[in-house]
Write a protein that binds this ligand. Structure first.
Ligand code: IMP
Ligand code: MG
Length: 195
């Protein structure tokens, strides 16, 4: 068995190829954390992870911020949950807030943490929601950016890496709610979409 065959043999059903492994995701997260820790040097930041997709990234980023030198009381973690309508591959403009923050946003330095920014609707909606609540500052961090099909211009202050112009799963990203738990980013076999 050659290396490609042995790798394919150990991949979960439906996964065609790993496009970014856990080590590369970790290195990207550390670089982002260093930039954020520098920018928020003397400030407390309310880190708001967007569920479900940013679950793992938010957790890993928070720990990377600590390694990058932020003090324990500088990092406050919170989560929101949104659902975007559309098909399994792409969200529509209609975004709904399913779970709000438990922390108050007013007067806080808010950092929205997203898995991926694609057409931009989700982040655009979230920036409007949080921006209307009187934060001291508002910024967004996304592990992945897909700039190819942007429908709305939306600032993303911290971008981990550009994603290929195709559907990716793993590390929080799902296809019909599956594959989120995989520790890497991967491409699916085309047959998965046909079933
Ligand atoms: P948008 O910027 O409004 O398109 O929203 C981004 C959301 O679309 C993400 O939070 C994901 O839920 C979903 N999404 C976009 N591209 C992908 C992908 O390649 N894999 C999995 N989910 C994606
Ligand atoms: Mg999704």
């Amino acid at each position: 068995m050659n290396p490609t065959e042995s790798q394919a043999a150990t991949l979960p059903e439906g996964i065609a190829e790993v496009i970014c492994d856990a080590e590369a995701i970790g290195a990207t997260t550390d670089l982002l954390a260093e930039r954020i820790a520098t920018d928020y040097r003397d400030r407390k930041v309310l880190v708001v992870g967007v569920l479900k997709g940013a679950l793992f990234f938010t957790a890993d980023l928070a720990r990377a911020l600590q390694r990058a030198g932020m003090a324990p009381d500088q990092i406050i973690l919170d989560f929101i949950a949104v659902s975007s309508y559309g098909n399994a591959h792409r969200s529509s403009g209609e975004v709904r807030l399913l779970k709000d923050t438990s922390e108050s946003v007013e007067g806080r330095h808010v950092l929205i943490v997203e898995d991926i920014v694609d057409n931009g609707h989700t982040l655009h909606y979230l920036r409007a929601v949080f921006g209307g609540r009187g934060p001291a500052s508002l910024a967004a961090c996304a592990l992945l950016d897909k700039p190819y099909h942007r429908c709305v211009e939306v600032p993303v202050e911290y971008v981990g890496m550009e994603a290929p112009d195709e559907f990716v799963v793993g590390y929080g990203l799902d296809y019909q709610e599956s594959y989120r738990h995989l520790p890497y980013l991967a491409r699916l076999h085309p047959w998965v979409y046909r079933d």
